[in-house]
Ligand binder design. Structure first.
Ligand SMILES: Cc1ncc(COP(=O)(O)O)c(C=O)c1O
Length: 350
């Protein structure tokens, strides 16, 4: 049988993950056979995980964060909802999120028995605080905002959402799974230093250029993370707050390697390059008469007919669409200007 090879990245415009930075790849390979889920046995990788959390705190304006490296944004969002549910005193908990929140919140709601209330977004695809306020009540345990939404790269008004949550004694969670490594270079107010956010998702395996799996979950204080702790009788450590047991040491090591290599200079350069690419593509599509959702972060959505999108897929381009049917291009680090030029050249063929 022929040896299977992974896809090339040279036509991938749809992914929120990317090629790992060479330092991240090397670290992942070195730590393949380690398990941070058993820190008493795998001590080095456990120390690396502490370092990962510290670095994630630096990126998100928190000098003393708690948290861990998750399997991805889905796990981190589930854990945020789980903390909120566990600490609340209600038999009928609900959580309120904008329509733009990632589908992992639907999974969290299903798993945890928490009702998910989604509020419509405003005309610019951001959370509408008034619409969310209408859904909040005494049984609300969590208010979630997105800092870098999956479809349009939009940033919700996080400080206002924190106020909304705390007014009813709910927690406020920020999902910066994708946006967390570009937002530090913008004027947005999205992190722990800007508002009293309780929990946050920020994934090194997306814009952070770490190898998969390396998600990130952070809490403002230790007592919040402790809501998740269960006893671990057969391990040397006595309790565990993570959702999964055995975890990827490769993910942890690669997250540390990527952040040590790229924070802040490399990530800043990447942000500027990705934004230039996104703005260039948006202008080219607009010049061809398409309705374009102006990029705020490096994601471009444009109104294109689906047959064109399908046809482009036939030509090897990996592109996705939004729920509203627009073509969506995510300008990840592997997406270069020349790649986009040849994409637009293919578009001109129609
Ligand atoms: C904003 C946001 N949150 C959560 C997720 C889920 O992350 P994962 O696929 O790593 O579980 C994604 C994935 O793209 C995302 O864009």
């Amino acid at each position: 049988m022929q040896r299977a090879e992974p896809q090339d990245f040279d036509r991938v415009l749809s992914s929120m993950c990317t090629q790992p930075h060479p330092a991240a790849r090397e670290a992942a390979e070195r730590f393949l056979a380690t398990n941070p889920g058993d820190p008493g046995t795998y001590e080095t990788v456990a120390e690396l995980e502490d370092r990962a959390v510290e670095l994630l705190g630096t990126v998100t304006g928190h000098p003393n964060p708690n948290g861990y490296v998750t399997s991805g944004g889905t796990e981190a969002n589930i854990q945020a909802a789980r903390i909120a549910r566990n600490r609340a005193d209600t038999d009928t908990p609900n959580m309120v999120a904008p329509e733009s929140a990632h589908f992992s919140f639907t999974k969290a709601a299903d798993l945890l028995g928490v009702e998910l209330r989604r509020a419509p977004t405003d005309e610019d695809h951001c959370a509408d605080v008034d619409a969310m306020a209408e859904l909040v009540d005494g049984d609300t345990v969590l208010v979630a905002g997105v800092a870098g939404s999956t479809e349009y790269g939009r940033v919700d008004p996080i400080p206002a959402l924190v106020d909304l949550a705390h007014d009813v004694d709910a927690l406020c969670h920020v999902d910066a799974a994708w946006g967390g490594f570009v937002l530090p270079f913008t004027d947005h107010r999205w992190h722990f230093g800007h508002a009293d956010i309780d929990t946050m998702t920020i994934d090194p395996h997306k814009m952070g250029q770490a190898a998969v799996p390396a998600g990130g979950f952070l809490t403002r204080s230790e007592d919040l993370l402790d809501e998740l702790a269960v006893d671990t009788p057969y391990l040397e450590s006595t309790s565990q707050a993570t959702l999964t047991g055995t975890r990827s040491g490769a993910g942890v090591a690669s997250a540390v390697a990527a952040m040590e290599e790229l924070w802040p200079v490399g990530y800043r350069e990447q942000y500027h390059t990705s934004m230039e690419n996104a703005e260039w593509l948006a202008a080219e599509l607009a010049a061809r008469g398409h309705d374009v959702v102006e990029p705020d972060l490096p994601i471009v959505a444009a109104d294109m007919t689906m047959p064109v999108t399908e046809d482009l897929r036939q030509r090897g381009w990996r592109i996705s669409k939004t729920g509203a049917g627009e073509m969506r291009v995510v300008c990840m680090p592997h997406v270069t200007h020349s790649m986009l030029r040849s994409f637009v050249a293919d578009l001109d063929w129609y």
